[in-house]
Structure formats: C-alpha cells, structure tokens
Write a protein that binds this ligand. Structure first.
Ligand code: IPE
Ligand code: IPE
Ligand code: MG
Length: 229
C-alpha cells in the first residue's frame, strides 16, 4: 500500500452529528476532537509525513459568538491536554492561519506547544486555525512585496515559499460529511491532490474510514498533466 506523504482533511459534520442526537453543536465539536486524536495517532503509525487538519476557517468567525467562544475554549483545553502526548508520539506541530483573532491565552499556548514539539522528527501535524486559502495567497503576496522580490524573480517555487506550507503540496484531500467543496481551505496546495469525499460525519470518522480513503488513493492514476505510458 502506497501511503500518501501529505494528507489534508476538511473535518466537517460536527454540528449535524450533534443535531441528530438533539445535542448542542459543541458536543459534536468535542466528539470531533476524539476523532482527531485517533487519526493523528494512526497517521503517525502508518508513516504519513504530514497531516493538515482544517479546524477553523476564516469564515467560521461569522458563526454565533457562543459557538466561536466555545470553539476557542475547546482549542485551548485540547492544546493543554494533548501536548505531552503529542511529544510522546514524536509529533511536530505547526499552526497556520491568522491567530491574532484568537484570545491571547490561546495564542500563547499555541506558540509554546509549537516550540516544545519543534525538534520532533515523526509526523508533522499542521492545524489550520482562522485559515483561508485566499488569505494565505494574499499574505504571501504581501510578504514577497515587503521582501522586495522583483517581478522576474517570482515563479511558482519562489511564490510558494511565502505560503504557510512553503510549497508542501497535498497528495490526498479528504472531506467528511458529504459536502463536496473546498470551502477556502488550501488552494495552491491542492492543485494536483487526489480528492476523496465521504458521507461519514467527522465525529464518526475512524481509522477504517481513513484506510478506505488511502485504498481509493492507491487506485488513482496521477498524471500531472503528462502521460504515464
Ligand atoms: C466542522 O463541523 C467544524 C468546524 C467548522 C469548526 P461543522 O460545525 O461545520 O458541522 P456542520 O457542517 O454544521 O454539520
Ligand atoms: C469548512 O467547513 C471549515 C472546517 C471544516 C473547519 P464549513 O462547515 O465551515 O464549510 P461550509 O460552510 O459548509 O462551506
Ligand atoms: Mg460544516
């Protein structure tokens, strides 16, 4: 089995999972965290190099104040609780997105966790928080301009080095919950990704579901615009 080097996941369906059980939306987000733990551990075990998870989009701040506040709290408590275990699993952590929206204590914890885990050599776990693919591209343009990059120096490689993922492209993009759209997740990086959609809601997603996605990936003929003759 060929294991994709970089898997990215749009973790969707927490709200619907909760609604089906007449629970508040946050109950779905909490259950979704359990899935994250399972999938992170499993990706490390099977030798995935990079796992990028969409946790909070640039547009998710438009949800109710109550949901956004509870999500920030959940983010903080998960970071606090899980950082030791991530260290034990040799996971390196990188958070991408405009973290300035987050409360100061969350920002501080996020910085501390990334520093603590920075020398690890196992799975690279990237969490997209207040992230938008369009924001990332505009931000990259700004940085390139600030650096004084000349127009004729700019090409796909130099430009990508200014993006949050610095040119690390996605092999397999998974979205749970039945929606078949990108919702402003990684844009540049999915240019040649294989896409996999499942109706399973994120809190119900498990290692068996990931195996199915990887199995499907193994049957794809990746041509990159060329011919595999
Ligand atoms: C995904 O689940 C998690 C976040 C966007 C934070 P949703 O909250 O979007 O769940 P649905 O789509 O309403 O079911
Ligand atoms: C995308 O899901 C964002 C995350 C999973 C974090 P949304 O639920 O916000 O996307 P839309 O609104 O269905 O496109
Ligand atoms: Mg959703």
């Amino acid at each position: 089995m060929n294991i994709p080097k970089h898997i990215a996941i749009i973790m969707d369906g927490n709200g619907r999972w909760a609604k089906k059980r007449l629970l508040p939306r946050i109950a779905g987000h909490k259950k979704g965290v359990d899935t994250v733990k399972t999938i992170v551990k499993y990706c490390g075990k099977i030798g995935v190099e990079t796992l990028t998870l969409f946790a909070f989009s640039s547009e998710n701040k438009n949800r109710s104040d109550e949901e956004v506040t509870l999500l920030f709290k959940l983010f903080l408590s998960v970071l606090k609780k899980e950082v030791k275990k991530l260290n034990k699993y040799n996971v390196r952590l990188k958070i991408i997105g405009d973290m300035s929206l987050f409360p100061i204590d969350v920002q501080k914890m996020a910085t501390e966790a990334q520093i603590l885990l920075s020398n690890n050599t196992g799975l690279t776990l990237i969490i997209a928080a207040n992230y938008g693919g369009q924001w990332d591209i505009v931000n990259a343009c700004k940085q390139a301009i600030i650096d004084g990059v000349a127009a004729d120096e700019l090409n796909e490689q130099t430009f990508a080095s200014y993006l949050a993922l610095q040119g690390n492209t996605v092999d397999l993009l998974i979205r749970s919950s039945g929606e078949q759209r990108i919702s402003n997740f990684l844009l540049w990086e999915v240019a040649y990704s294989e896409l996999y959609f499942t109706n399973t809601l994120w809190p119900d997603f498990d290692t068996g579901e990931l195996d199915k996605a990887i199995e499907s990936f193994n049957h794809r003929d990746r041509r990159y615009g060329g011919r595999n003759e």
